[in-house]
Ligand binder design. Structure first.
Ligand code: PLP
Length: 286
């Protein structure tokens, strides 16, 4: 696999960063996760915009323009002859001496890697995921704003570990006040009486797949509301589902031991899946 690193493509064994890179030392950096379908990068500019917004929020000035970043992402796909892939661009604060101060770093590091990617959850797209609400909270007073896609994913990982120990495929995070936030790497939705509900993006990442889903709801004439939700809403929903670049769209059929609806992926999910597949397989930048 060829990896882009600071201006050139090199074989992955040679794609190394210094241990003094503040991305490695402190998690001081931002990233994106992007999908390509049939050789086309899905929602490329939305991802590049979000990457640059994340960088802006941590006061990191990317050493490349948005147009250059978009080209790097597409070139990573081409260089590796990948058709269906997961692409990971990231920008770190760069190499500097020890100490948190970003001024110690002269120039940000830019990396872009990709790998072949299929359906993340295998047969669970048909069965539905089992999820667990976890102790780790999203959007607490001392946590990073959830809309920064930063290189600090340890809270999400802790949630995933907890979910795994409790027999779950995915973790569901609440925020500090107990409101529904999101999954470990995906946004969350519930359906009640034919209407879909999802939390506002104050306590979760403004997902690009979420944006696609809302467009599809409009197109299919499925009513939806963006509003605060709690555990009761989740447990008593007819359907629950998550969306994310890696997970795509997947139903959740069991949460904290409660069977959701009739325990099978529901009617709204079944309508959304083919529509999602159509849009992801027909759009995109080559
Ligand atoms: N929430 C979190 C914490 C994520 O890491 C992701 C993945 O990027 C999402 C939600 C879903 O966002 P997207 O649909 O843009 O991949």
């Amino acid at each position: 696999m060829l990896v882009y690193i600071n201006g050139k493509f090199v074989p992955e064994e040679q794609a190394t960063v210094s241990i003094f890179d503040h991305g490695f030392l402190y998690g001081d950096g931002v990233f994106e996760g992007i999908r390509a379908y049939n050789g086309r990068v899905f929602r490329l500019m939305e991802h590049v915009d979000r990457l640059f917004d994340s960088a802006k929020a941590i006061d990191l000035v990317p050493p490349v323009t948005k147009e250059e970043m978009a080209e790097i992402i597409k070139e990573t796909l081409r260089q590796n002859n990948l058709k269906n892939a997961y692409i990971r661009p990231l920008i770190t604060r760069g190499v500097g001496s020890m100490g948190l101060d970003p001024h110690r770093c002269e120039k940000p590091t830019v990396i872009c890697a990709a790998s072949e990617w299929g359906a993340m959850y295998g047969d669970l797209y048909e069965k539905g995921l089992t999820a667990v609400t976890v102790c780790v909270r999203r959007n607490t007073p001392d946590s990073l704003p959830p809309n920064i896609k930063s290189m600090n994913y340890l809270n999400n990982i802790l949630g995933k570990i907890e979910a795994n120990y409790k027999g779950g495929d995915e973790a569901i995070f609440l925020d500090r006040t107990g409101k529904l936030a999101e999954g470990s790497g995906d946004n969350i939705y519930l359906v009640k009486n034919g209407k879909l509900y999802t939390p506002p993006t104050i306590n979760n990442l403004k997902g690009i797949t979420r944006h696609v889903l809302l467009e599809l709801l409009d197109k299919l004439g499925i009513p939806y509301e963006i509003c605060e939700l709690g555990l009761f809403d989740l447990y008593t929903a007819d359907e629950v589902m998550v969306t994310g670049t890696a997970a795509e769209i997947c139903a959740i059929t069991k949460i904290d031991g409660r069977i959701i609806g009739d325990g099978k992926p529901g009617a709204v999910y079944r309508k959304l899946v083919p529509a999602f597949q159509e849009v992801t397989r027909t759009e995109g930048d080559a």
